[in-house]
Design a protein around this ligand. Structure first.
Ligand code: NAP
Length: 246
């Protein structure tokens, strides 16, 4: 099962944050940064990479093919990120973030991702993904991803924040009006790991329940459409099941 005991879980108290405007970023002192693999080097993947680097993580960025094709993208859009094949990025990662079009999830290699905690930051947009009956019929699109990645612990989050907001809105722990992000997953250890990651990126993680409950974070929901603090987000999550009959 997934590697869980790793530096991704290191919590850096707000008092340790540098007072230099790099909000949401730890100083890293005394806690070796973990390694994050980001699969997808587009708008979202590079924004997650930048934010994670600023938070003190080592980031390995990969797209679908030859890493040489994204070297320039990484240099310009995510300075400090290493590029590699997806397999190499995943092999050394404590946590993997999926930031590719959801319609391409079936191109992911389940064997490569087996044993990993995998963040599903993807959304279903028929206009770009094409109509997909399986995604449309599923209780939550993350369950379709999890059915493909049977050996991974899939956790839904980061899908309901704009890529530019991810960089701009992170705040230290305890900051007033710190934005919250919901985290949904079936494996308690994996969701705890991801909550620590979200926190370190600069956002209050709020437990959203099991992976099926990830439906409450999908496009068209109040959680997807808004920006909420932890109290409001928890209230929306409590009220959400009745709204969608889950
Ligand atoms: N727009 C937002 O603010 C926002 C926020 C949160 C989440 N999202 C979601 O994030 C996802 C990515 O969106 P985006 O706008 O960043 O897409 P994008 O700009 O089109 O980039 C997609 C990236 O995924 C790569 N990719 C495709 N198949 C892959 C594979 N099998 N393994 C690794 N990489 C692969 C592509 O590389 P190749 O060129 O090699 O195919 C490309 O680098 C979408 O599901 C979107 O809904 C969007």
């Amino acid at each position: 099962m997934p590697t869980r005991s790793c530096p991704v879980t290191d919590h850096v108290p707000s008092a340790d944050l540098p007072d230099d405007g790099s909000r949401g970023a730890p100083d890293g002192a005394g806690s070796g940064p973990g390694t994050i693999a980001v699969l997808g080097a587009g708008r979202v993947g590079t924004a997650i990479a930048r934010t994670a680097i600023r938070a003190g993580y080592r980031v390995r960025l990969a797209a679908s093919g030859d890493p040489a094709l994204i070297d320039l993208i990484a240099q310009i859009m995510a300075p400090g990120a290493d590029t590699s094949t997806a397999a190499d990025a995943v092999a050394s990662a404590d946590l993997v973030v999926l930031a590719l079009p959801l319609g391409k999830h079936a191109t992911l290699d389940g064997d490569t991702l087996a044993g990993k905690v995998v963040v599903d930051a993807m959304n279903y947009w028929p206009s770009t993904d094409g109509r997909n009956p399986e995604l449309e019929a599923a209780p939550s699109t993350s369950e379709v991803v999890a059915r493909h990645l049977t050996g991974s612990a899939v956790v839904k989050t980061l899908n309901h924040i704009g890529y530019h907001e991810l960089e701009e809105q992170g705040l230290p722990v305890g900051a007033p009006a710190r934005r919250a992000l919901a985290v949904a997953g079936d494996d308690p250890d994996a969701t705890a790991l991801v909550r620590a990651f979200v926190d370190r990126l600069g956002f209050d993680p709020v437990d959203a329940g099991d992976l099926a409950s990830g439906v409450h974070l999908q496009p068209g929901t109040p959680i997807f459409n808004g920006s909420h603090d932890a109290t409001t987000l928890a209230t929306l999550l409590r009220e959400a099941p009745a709204a969608v009959g889950h």
